[in-house]
Design a protein around this ligand. Structure first.
Ligand SMILES: [Zn+2]
Ligand SMILES: [Zn+2]
Length: 164
């Protein structure tokens, strides 16, 4: 999605409000498609006395199976975006500057650049998800299968040693 900034750059002040949605449902993130809901950007481009900035919020929903138990889990992802828009980088490269050489802002690029690092590297259905039993595969959040108990039981160990 391109935003034409030419009218804004030629004036001294002004604003272009933005409320955009992006379909990233086909975006492959480590083998899955976690952004099945539309990603939204709300904010705008502002010219304050010749300084042009992009400011806003990206909001998305990250839908993927829980890392421990595999239950389909949604997590909101939000990130704040602030860039000074410039036609050319003067001197050193700065990561708070975004270059728009032709005065056209590619919002798809902004959203992808900002959203990727904000996606959760750890995705759990709840912070204390107990996961699946490595012995029998039961979901330990639902029921205690007892496998780990047997392993921790000194009597079971003694019994196992006796039959060795
Ligand atoms: Zn879980
Ligand atoms: Zn078990």
């Amino acid at each position: 999605m391109k935003v034409d900034l030419r009218p804004l750059f030629t004036a001294d002040t002004g604003a272009i409000p933005l409320d955009l949605t992006f379909d990233l449902s086909g975006l492959d993130v480590s083998g899955g498609y976690p952004l099945c809901e539309p990603v939204r950007f709300t904010g705008g481009v502002y010219n304050r006395a010749g300084v042009v900035t992009l400011e806003g919020e990206i909001s998305a929903v990250y839908s993927a199976p829980c890392d421990r138990c595999g239950k389909e889990t949604n997590a909101p992802v939000c990130c704040h975006v602030t860039y000074v828009l410039t036609e050319a980088m003067a001197g050193e490269e700065r990561d708070d500057y975004w270059v728009v050489p032709d005065r056209v802002l590619d919002m798809d690029e902004v959203v992808l650049t900002e959203l990727f690092p904000a996606l959760p590297s750890k995705h759990l259905c709840s912070p204390d998800c107990k996961g699946l039993c490595p012995v029998c595969g039961a979901d330990r959040n639902v029921a205690d299968c007892g496998c780990s108990d047997r392993k921790d039981n000194p009597f079971a160990d003694a019994l196992a040693n006796f039959f060795d």
